[in-house]
Write a protein that binds this ligand. Structure first.
Ligand code: MEV
Length: 328
């Protein structure tokens, strides 16, 4: 039996634009997915998932998603979660050279599904690491990141960047632009998360932005401008200038709104944090619904979010310096 954990992430800058080769800066947080894998007889796959923030479920299948469990989240999200685990196991079998290994897989996660905190990337990264170790092969974090990217690429029909998977595998703050990935140093980041209890459909949101970009040159320019904001944000991070980082996060949120991926609840959380004095606030991840990230050294933004009707949960997140880890 092998168990691995991998962190979720927030985007300081650059989601969506990263799909078109612009840089993005995601940052790993100490909310983790934990995946335990045990080899079993036969070639099937049995997955048990407790707490994908919701009721636990168990599903047994041999490659298709038949037998979708009865849980209180959109079926598409559960099917997506199953698809990710299935592809992750395929990658692990290939990496270890054991093409028909069967597994019992058990998933626990502190990351809500589809809420912009990188739940699928964290599950995929931890699953690849645990399943390869269970088969006697140890991959470097970089190799896990590469295979996890292949999983997202396959499951999301080629509409995926390396950002979520690389960040979850190596930890810390990272810069991702196309195939270039690198860790960057940051000052201590006073990260507050606000969660509206909902989920966005990443595939649909990415497709919506693609459509806008094809229809309107100003949408393409908006995406290029997000790239410029991210480059400036990287400079501000390197200089330890949190006030400028916050201002640029606000700018980034406005540009994401222009691309149609914000929502009433995400915007109301962003404004609650800003009104309470946060240095900056923006949605994180694909958008639609889910989470915002704010920077605030005081307790005020978090307190304001607690009293905001759209908010289901708010918490302070610590930067996860280490990516995927073996869990003893
Ligand atoms: C989703 O977490 C981030 C997006 O940029 C898609 C991706 O990078 O694969 C919207």
């Amino acid at each position: 039996m092998a168990t691995s954990t991998a962190p979720g992430k927030i985007y300081l800058f650059g989601e969506h634009a990263v799909v078109y080769g612009e840089p993005a800066i995601p940052c790993a947080i100490e909310q983790r997915a934990r995946v335990t894998v045990e080899e079993r007889r036969g070639s099937g796959l049995r997955i048990q998932a407790d707490d994908l923030t919701l009721d636990g479920f168990t599903v047994e299948y041999t490659g298709d998603t038949a037998g979708t469990p009865d849980v209180d989240v959109p079926e598409s999200l559960i099917e997506a979660a199953m698809g990710y685990v299935d592809e992750a196991v395929t990658q692990a079998r290939e990496a270890a050279g054991v093409p028909d290994a069967g597994f019992d897989v058990s998933i626990e996660s502190e990351l809500p599904l589809g809420a912009g905190l990188g739940s699928s990337a964290a599950v995929v990264v931890a699953a690849i690491d645990a399943a390869t170790r269970e088969l006697g092969t140890v991959l470097s974090r970089e190799a896990v990141a590469e295979r996890a990217y292949q999983v997202e690429y396959a499951v999301q029909d080629g509409q995926a960047s390396r950002a979520d998977t690389y960040c979850s595998a190596v930890g810390g703050a990272v810069r991702v632009a196309g195939d270039e990935t690198t860790r960057i140093g940051t000052p201590a980041l006073p990260i507050i998360i606000g969660y509206d209890g909902g989920a966005g459909d990443t595939g649909e949101l990415v497709a919506g932005v693609r459509h806008l970009r094809e229809q309107h040159s100003f949408a393409a320019e908006t995406i290029a401008t997000i790239g410029d904001v991210t480059r400036r944000g990287e400079e501000a991070l390197r200089a330890g200038d949190l006030a400028t980082v916050g201002t640029l996060m606000n700018f980034n949120h406005g540009l994401l709104s222009a691309l149609g991926v914000s929502s009433r609840s995400l915007s109301s959380m962003v404004w609650a944090a800003r009104d309470a004095g946060a240095l900056g606030a923006k949605l994180t991840g694909a958008g639609g619904s889910g989470c915002i990230v704010a920077l605030d050294e005081t307790d005020q933004a978090q307190t304001a979010l607690e009293f905001t009707p759209a908010v289901e949960k708010t918490f302070r997140a610590a930067l996860a310096d280490t990516g995927v880890e073996r869990d003893p």
